[in-house]
Design a protein around this ligand. Structure first.
Ligand SMILES: Cc1ncc(COP(=O)(O)O)c(C=O)c1O
Length: 381
């Protein structure tokens, strides 16, 4: 007899690379971590005083349960997203938004389409909800784009929604109008994860930065949150902005309200602090943007002329490097770790070929430059 559910059974993260990383750290040896994606420990600029002052708000002493978020919170996010406040749902995070949407749209065993390569947390988020993932393809031909015929190929009569991650983690491509149209042609609800939308290097003229505003006849959920917008994952505030025909949106809001009412998970202090957090977020966003741009330029400069190639990237917090085909991806990552540099191999993100490395552009600059030099030197061996 098993006491636990199948959906809570997980494969512990015991791959050879994470074991080697743990062993290295246990020996007290230095690791240059090129995967760090926690903005609060990356030496970025925050307006600490404004943030701390905003949290000390006596208005938060009164509990006003509001499943969709406090009216003034929805209003602020409406102003930011340019989607009407009646179509905004406040959540504790983007991850929670996915969980609510999977509950609202799917029964256990139903399918959701996700891009591949993409964000590894989907397996966990979907598994916990009893949802099965079906990947559609992203392809690289000097730029990343969606292989739109693969959307229809991945669709079945159990498919209930399609996820777009725009900008995608880790490929950095932004959804185009043509790609959105291909998704709309499926008539499926579209979940568009736009958490990195403020961090763009270069993008096409027909890029879509808020799919909910371009929903047409489709039901579209655009996701965002303070975690990336203001570099404040610990504040636990995200949102869903809905787009589409009134009747469909109204039913979706009703169902999301009913689900959110079971948890009431968004804390009052962060909602009362939101005006100040959004305002001070501009300081952090500027600090993040300049870190990303400088690190990307440094990586390109360091690797130019080496056998390692930096893939083109439109937006987001990540860079991808194609290594020479002389070792496996795992072997490159292990060899780098032996030199004290930790990177993620592409297969963590379901890349269909190898060898690729995924690096977080948020890495503090001194570590980044040292790590990039080691990658360049190793690529020549
Ligand atoms: C594509 C993507 N969506 C969502 C998140 C998580 O956001 P949140 O902190 O709001 O759950 C991440 C975190 O890295 C991400 O990469």
């Amino acid at each position: 007899m098993t006491r636990f559910s199948r959906r809570s059974a997980y494969a512990a993260d015991r791959n050879a690379l994470s074991l080697a990383l743990g062993a290295r750290r246990a020996r007290g040896e230095r690791v240059i971590d090129l995967t760090t994606s926690n903005p609060t420990t990356a030496g970025l600029h925050y307006d600490d005083h404004a943030i701390a002052a905003a949290l000390a708000n006596v208005a938060a002493m009164t509990y006003e349960p509001a499943a969709l978020g406090l009216p003034q919170t929805r209003e602020l996010i409406a102003r930011y997203t340019q989607v009407d406040a009646s179509r905004i749902v406040i959540t504790a995070s983007t991850s929670e938004a996915y969980a609510f949407l999977f509950k609202a749209l799917c029964d256990p065993g139903d399918h959701v389409l996700i891009p591949a390569p993409s964000y590894p947390l989907f397996d966990q988020l979907a598994g916990i909800e009893g949802v099965t993932l079906a990947p559609y393809r992203l392809a690289y031909d000097g730029a990343w784009h969606i292989d739109t015929p693969s959307i229809a190929k991945a669709t079945s009569d159990r498919t209930r929604a399609i996820v777009a991650v725009s900008p995608n983690n880790p490929t950095g491509n932004v959804l185009t109008r043509g790609e959105l149209a291909a998704m709309q042609a499926t008539k499926l609800p579209i979940i568009s994860d736009e958490v990195f939308a403020e961090y763009t290097f270069s993008s096409a003229a027909d890029s879509v930065f808020c799919a909910a505003r371009e929903a047409g006849e489709s039901l579209v959920f655009s996701l965002g949150g303070l975690s990336k917008l203001a570099g404040l994952p610990q504040m636990k505030l995200g949102w869903i902005a809905l787009g589409g025909p009134d009747a469909l949106v109204a039913e979706a809001i009703d169902r999301l309200e009913w689900i959110a009412d079971a948890f009431l998970s968004v804390a009052a202090p962060v909602q009362h602090a939101l005006p100040a957090l959004l305002a001070s977020g501009a300081v952090t966003r500027a600090s993040i943007s300049s870190r990303l741009a400088r690190n990307l330029a440094a990586l390109r400069a360091t690797l130019s002329g080496s056998p390692a190639t930096v893939l083109s990237v439109e937006a987001g917090w990540y860079a991808m490097v194609r290594m020479p085909n002389t070792r496996t991806e795992e072997a490159w990552a292990m060899a780098l770790l032996e030199l004290g540099v930790y990177v993620h191999p592409g297969h963590f993100f379901d890349m269909e070929s190898e060898p690729y490395l995924v690096l977080s552009l948020l890495t503090p600059e001194a570590d980044w430059q040292q790590g990039a030099r080691v990658i360049g030197e190793l690529s020549r061996t």
